[in-house]
Design a protein around this ligand. Structure first.
Ligand SMILES: Cc1cc2nc3c(=O)[nH]c(=O)nc-3n(C[C@H](O)[C@H](O)[C@H](O)COP(=O)(O)OP(=O)(O)OC[C@H]3O[C@@H](n4cnc5c(N)ncnc54)[C@H](O)[C@@H]3O)c2cc1C
Length: 460
């Protein structure tokens, strides 16, 4: 159990507010466990989400609970923390307050130090209407909706007697050939050729066509060279149709239009589309920029100073996917290390260290990994003190990927059940999480309709 801090009888204890319960927010809260501070974590979801395994929820390998443990339960032994459920709507950096909303309840929380770790959303590069036709993969809702769309497309194909319609239903397009796109395309292909094979009577699920497309000329661009080639070859062997240099320019319910590198414009008929092409930092970054004058980069990330704070506001830290720091990728390690740094700076401040004396944040690049298929992954690990990297592809990289992801999953029981599900998913054709509910599939439309009706009612 974590040590319990003394009750704040005078109400004078330093107040730390953390926005977000992802890698950055949770790490910061835990790092402050033994500090003489009151911590308030404000988050819009009741869970901490392990995003790297979302694609396995979307493709039925594991359940959502395994990667989304309840935040209150994780932090219940840490007496100096309270959790406030709510969507942060505004930050007042001069007034030192954060205002959040849960339905009609509005809460204003005062802080002495603020850690903003609200992450990033999917970016459709100005084509937000694409979201309706090609959900991204950022939340549990996204993953369950995608699972419903993937399995729903097979079900509709089974009932269709029109060959063109069947082909459209059995064509799955994943847009964006980064790690998430590669993982999704690989898993949809495995579902089609292994998990669902023989389960339908009118169609052969293995006839499904999985297209992975990207405007860039390579798969997994940050890995480059040999590893990108290995990933491309492996995906192609699994039946994934890789189309590079292809820019999506339009989309509707039945398909999408792409422009190839040579300028050719063509249409792909596909009902089930997945977007994994870009990210945009939380809009809270814009609020911080407007109030402090700090610059944002093209993805809306905050160009923080060397101590991860805003100019003129050494008490406001921005970490994780919201921060723009040279050489720090939008990955879990960036968020974890940034959050640790911010928590230490706050603790040092309590001991009297002035903000001017803070050592600059320095990032330790521990490398990156992506799974391609069953028993196959790529890994790029820097050799300390040099500019060289160790590059691994295949089974060894896959084992490394499994171990690393288990280490970072929160909770022993989640790790245990994930290992069991992985064992069956990888050694047999079974996947335990193929349930889909009507509400999961239609929730997005229902919520949008409700919001539209509320808007119209308010306007009347
Ligand atoms: C599908 C996918 C796969 C990935 N795979 C990998 C991988 O293999 N390896 C890797 O290192 N990284 C991976 N990443 C990236 C990694 O997950 C992120 O870099 C990391 O989660 C960033 O941490 P964060 O704390 O900044 O943001 P997040 O973890 O996104 O957390 C943001 C938090 O803020 C909350 N929030 C947002 N807005 C508000 C608001 N207005 N009010 C209240 N709360 C709010 C969110 O609900 C969430 O709790 C992946 C990401 C995705 C989406």
């Amino acid at each position: 159990m974590n040590s319990r801090t003394q009750p704040d009888v005078n109400g004078t204890r330093h107040r730390v507010v953390i926005i977000g319960s992802g890698f950055g927010g949770l790490t910061a809260a835990r790092q402050l466990a033994k500090a003489d501070v009151d911590v308030t974590v404000i988050a819009r979801t009741t869970h901490h989400l392990f995003q790297p395994l979302l694609y396995q929820v979307a493709t039925g390998v594991i359940s959502e609970g395994q990667i989304a443990p309840p935040l209150r339960v994780i932090l219940r032994e840490q007496d100096n923390v309270r959790v406030v459920l709510g969507d942060v709507e505004s930050i007042d950096i001069d007034g030192h307050t954060v205002t959040s909303r849960l339905l009609e309840r509005v809460t204003t929380t005062a802080y002495d130090s603020l850690i903003v770790a609200a992450g990033a959303d999917q970016s459709y590069f100005g084509n937000d209407r694409f979201a309706e036709f090609a959900p991204g993969l950022k939340t549990i809702d996204d993953a369950l909706e995608l699972r419903g769309r993937i399995l729903g497309a097979f079900e509709q194909a089974e009932l269709s007697t029109d060959p063109a319609e069947r082909e459209r239903l059995l064509t799955f397009v994943v847009i964006g050939a980064g790690a998430t796109g590669v993982e999704m395309a690989g898993q949809i292909a495995e579902m089609a050729t292994r998990t669902l094979r023989g389960a339908f009577r009118n169609i052969d699920s293995a006839d499904a066509r999985v297209i992975l497309l990207d405007a860039a000329p390579t798969v997994l661009p940050p890995y480059g060279g040999k590893l990108s080639t290995r990933a491309t070859d492996r995906l192609a062997r699994n039946g994934v149709d890789i189309q590079l240099g292809a820019m999506v320019v339009d989309m509707d319910y039945h398909g999408l239009v792409v422009t190839d590198a040579d300028g050719t414009r063509r249409r792909i008929e596909s009902q089930c589309k997945v977007w994994s092409a870009g990210v945009a930092a939380s809009p809270l970054g814009r609020q911080l920029a407007e109030q402090s004058g700090v610059d944002l980069d093209r993805a809306g990330r905050v160009k923080v100073g060397a101590d991860l704070t805003l100019p003129g506001h050494p008490e406001v830290f921005v970490v994780g996917d919201m921060m723009a720091v040279d050489g720090v990728p939008g990955m879990a390690q960036g968020a974890i290390q940034g959050a640790k740094y911010a928590a230490s700076a706050i603790k040092d401040g309590l001991k009297g260290t002035s903000p001017a004396a803070r050592k600059p944040f320095s990032y330790w690049d521990k490398g990156s990994m992506a799974t391609i298929a069953r028993f196959s992954a790529v890994a790029k690990i820097p050799v300390p003190g040099t500019s060289r990297h160790i590059e691994l592809a295949g089974f060894l990289a896959w084992i490394g990927w499994l171990v690393l992801h288990l280490v970072y999953l929160v909770g022993f029981r989640n790790r245990f059940t994930t290992v069991v599900d992985w064992f069956f998913a990888f050694t047999s054709r079974s996947r335990t999480q193929l349930a889909v509910t009507e509400q999961q599939v239609f929730a997005r439309n229902a919520i949008e309709e409700l919001e539209e009706r509320t808007r119209l009612d308010d306007a009347a």
